[in-house]
Design a protein around this ligand. Structure first.
Ligand code: KG4
Ligand code: ZN
Length: 337
């Protein structure tokens, strides 16, 4: 194999149009993300039809920019990669079709990447020497997955959400409170000035002897609470509700992650996905794990949310194994790890 393998990756699974070029996996030469948040904000969530249209508009300039920033030409690229799931099918298809067409036109190998694997590998871009095995908690708008990661390419799913994802719960509660979208950062901000123990919301699945999660019961409890307060004519203390809700989510995520780390006797815990950007969560989990002398790592903020750098890194490890995809690879909105 050559000593420098450069991979161009495209990521369009949700509402960010992203492209990146990596060299030998972890060295990111460029990472460009065009956010569509302004177009979805007024609807309080991602509108799939708008997302697909915006991806079509942005994909060309985003790829051009990624190549320019990386200072590489199309001829110097060794393979083209794209996320093929999980995600919104219409969104996935834009990046996937574009990348397959590029691979065909350039006569280069094509690599199909799982978006969740990308979120996990984002950790290794931020910190290159994380000691494995690790427990990885992926918490985003679409996922709450707890998995055991032995080494590159070898993982075992321990548990996942049975209903809503953690980020989805943040987004729905924020919408209900009239805070806006995306909900996570807005709830976190309000929670900073609220009391975590103001309202005793339930912690579903906390005592269950498994690694699965459930957030829809918590979401309903918060909505019922808001409704009851309004009916009684009480003023809503949004800061307190935000802080108490956030605390319930953090308690559930922390307890399950800690249990997995201890049972699997891992050397580190890593976080991925948008909810990993929550500073209060990082602080609580870090402190709890420190008592067991287990270090916690999380990616830099820009690698926590959707990006193509993490996709190009996974693609490199697939490249090394010769794990290429045919050009008839289809988008899989429910792709599992
Ligand atoms: O990974 P991501 O960018 O997109 C996918 O869903 O794949 O995650 C976005 C999710 C949204 O639900 C957003 O509300 C949540 O991550 N999020 C947060 C924070 N920042 C983003 N949730 C809690 N606290 C935050 N600071
Ligand atoms: Zn994501």
């Amino acid at each position: 194999m050559k000593d420098s393998i450069k991979i161009l990756a495209v990521e369009t699974s949700c509402d960010e149009t992203a492209a990146a070029v990596s060299e030998n996996g972890l060295n990111i030469l460029s990472s460009v993300v065009a956010s569509q948040v302004d177009w979805h904000q007024k609807y309080g969530g991602v509108v799939p039809e708008i997302a697909s249209r915006k991806h079509m508009e942005f994909i060309n300039p985003v790829i051009d920019e990624a190549l320019k920033e990386a200072e590489v030409t199309l001829e110097e690229i060794d393979a083209v990669a794209a996320t093929y799931g999980p995600g919104l099918v219409g969104s996935l298809l834009v990046g996937l079709s574009y990348a397959k067409a590029m691979a065909l036109a350039l006569n280069k190998p094509f690599i199909g990447v799982n978006h969740i694997a990308g979120h996990i590998y984002a950790n290794f871009i931020s910190k290159k020497d994380i000691e494995t095995p690790v427990i990885c908690l992926t918490v985003s708008g679409g996922h709450t997955d707890l998995l055991y990661f032995k080494e590159y390419g070898e993982y075992e799913i321990l548990g996942r959400t049975q209903d809503d994802a953690a980020g989805e719960a943040f987004d729905k509660i924020a919408r209900y409170l009239g805070l806006g979208y995306p909900g996570g950062p807005l709830i976190e901000k309000r929670a900073q000035n609220g009391k975590e123990d103001a309202v005793d919301f339930p912690r579903p699945f906390l005592d269950k002897d498994n690694y699965d999660f459930s957030f829809s019961g918590l979401k309903t409890a918060v909505i019922n609470y808001i409704h009851n307060q309004k009916q009684k004519g009480n003023d809503l203390n949004i800061n307190d509700i935000a802080a108490s809700f956030q605390k319930a989510v953090i308690d559930i995520l922390t307890a399950k992650t800690l249990k997995a780390a201890l049972n699997k006797k891992v050397n580190s815990v890593i976080l991925s996905g948008g909810v990993a950007a929550n500073e209060r969560f990082r602080e609580v989990l870090k402190e709890r794990l420190a008592r067991e002398e287990i270090p916690l790592y999380y990616p830099d903020l820009k690698l926590c949310t959707d990006n193509a750098a993490m996709i190009s890194t996974v693609a490199y490890y697939q490249y090394k194994k010769g794990d290429f995809a045919d050009l008839d690879l289809n988008a899989d909105p429910n792709l599992q790890l």
